[in-house]
Write a protein that binds this ligand. Structure first.
Ligand code: CIR
Length: 263
């Protein structure tokens, strides 16, 4: 089986802005400590490099408090990239700021023109398909537009549902290999992963579902030991990363990078 869904040569990240203290969040659990967030971000970049990825670190964008969460701005595939349309009004301009960087790395960059909305956090690319969770940030019109945009690259898009009250589809799941998914029980219970092997995160450890497989390792947020052990027991190499400050503004590990291998 091909491994294109988790073998990456490149990643794009963006430095956290000081304005991230004003980042969007569903619940206020206190503002992030920006210095600590910067240190976590440095470690994240270093670990991606250690995993064999060439990482671009873009300058912070103070006018966009959530701009460190670059994943929401684009979908990067082997054949090309699609510039998305974030559904949060304060984040809409972030994808325009990302487009030129994608054009440096890809010869084919496509732009969704709307009127729908779609954020990268709702998109899970597996070996066989692209699952997109409808959410408060991603609507059916956005999903349809993405379907059309990637059709001639040979990808199938399947519309699924992000659980109510959950920010993004991938807040609750991640890909561990071409056919294995780490998921919260509330998401896997919907049946959307039929045909895949599913590992459920432990009760009370829901944020662990936002992990990332990058080449030979799985990066997981630290502080969720039962789930980390489950993933190790299933045969994966796990590296735990501190992400406490991003979690205060609903950001997981996947949100912090676009990972890809342009062909
Ligand atoms: C937001 O609400 O948009 C940000 N505070 C968090 C975005 C997290 N992104 C992601 O899950 N892909």
């Amino acid at each position: 089986m091909s491994e294109r869904s988790f073998r990456f040569t490149h990643a794009i990240t963006r430095r956290p802005p000081v304005s991230a203290i004003n980042g969007l969040r569903a619940e206020n659990v206190g503002n992030p400590d920006i210095d600590l967030m910067m240190r976590h971000h440095d470690s994240y970049v270093a670990e991606l490099r250690q995993a064999g990825v060439e990482v671009s670190v873009l300058d912070a964008l103070e006018e966009f408090p959530d701009s460190l969460f670059v994943e929401d701005t684009a979908l990067c595939l082997r054949e090309g990239a699609v510039v998305l349309r974030p559904g949060a009004p304060s984040r809409f301009g972030e994808s325009m700021a990302m487009a030129p960087h994608l054009k440096d790395l890809y010869s084919d960059v496509r732009q969704l023109s709307g009127p729908g909305f779609i954020e990268g956090g709702d998109i899970l690319t597996t070996e066989s398909e692209i699952l997109v969770g409808k959410s408060d940030r991603t609507n059916s019109a956005g999903i349809e537009e993405l379907r059309t945009a990637v059709a001639d690259w040979g990808y199938t898009v399947r519309e699924v549902r992000t659980p109510p009250g959950v920010l993004h589809f991938k807040s609750d799941c991640s890909l561990l290999d071409g056919s294995t998914i780490l998921s919260t029980p509330r998401l896997s219970a919907t049946g959307c992963f039929e045909g895949y092997t599913v590992i459920d995160v432990a009760e009370g450890e829901e944020p662990a579902a936002n992990s990332i497989r990058v080449n030979d390792v799985v990066f997981m947020p630290s502080g969720f030991p039962v789930t980390a052990q489950r993933v190790r027991t299933a045969g994966f190499v796990v590296i735990e990363l501190e992400n406490s400050e991003c979690q205060k503004i609903d950001g997981g590990l996947s949100c912090l990078s676009l990972r890809f291998s342009p062909s």
